[in-house]
Design a binder for this molecule. Structure first.
Ligand SMILES: [Cu+2]
Length: 151
């Protein structure tokens, strides 16, 4: 049986632990963007998801088994500072070939066969926010992401 004081101490300890976790997570996110970080490493999984709708009524018409799938890059959005060497490890978990291209960075146009893993590097030498997309599939099926380069 804990006394009132004991309960308060327990609560306080928990608050301190949660606070420490929040601060360390914040630290990791910020240090990834300091000027000292001249290299950034990303691992991207390209995954396909079956989003089949078993039954739907569209404008009063009942339709069944609308077979669909989509593909996303996980993570979809990347952010680095200008001048960073970007090392990207891509794992294509989709059952079909996929492509990883960045508009504005012509040298980034890489195609991977199904289940293939490849590593690439390039320098983020242009600031701005650019579309990451797959040049093999429409953007409503393989959803695009963003590559942002900040000062
Ligand atoms: Cu694709």
């Amino acid at each position: 049986m804990l006394t009132e004081g004991g309960k308060m101490m327990k609560k306080l300890n928990l608050t301190i632990i949660i606070g420490a976790i929040v601060i360390s997570l914040g630290y990791v996110a910020i240090t990834g963007l300091t000027n000292k970080a001249k290299e950034a490493n990303f691992t991207i999984h390209i995954r396909a998801y079956d989003i089949t709708i078993p039954e739907a009524t569209i404008e009063g018409v009942q339709i069944k088994n609308v077979r669909q799938f989509n593909v996303i890059n996980e993570p979809s959005n990347l952010i680095v500072r200008k001048g960073t060497k970007v090392n990207i490890n891509i794992i294509n978990e989709s059952p079909i070939s996929e492509n990883f291209s960045i508009d504005g960075y012509e040298e980034v146009n890489w195609t991977l066969k199904s289940k293939e893993t490849k590593s690439f590097s390039f320098i983020a030498n242009k600031v701005g926010s650019y579309t990451i997309w797959c040049n093999l599939h429409p953007k409503n099926i393989h959803l695009p992401g963003t590559f942002s380069v900040i000062e």
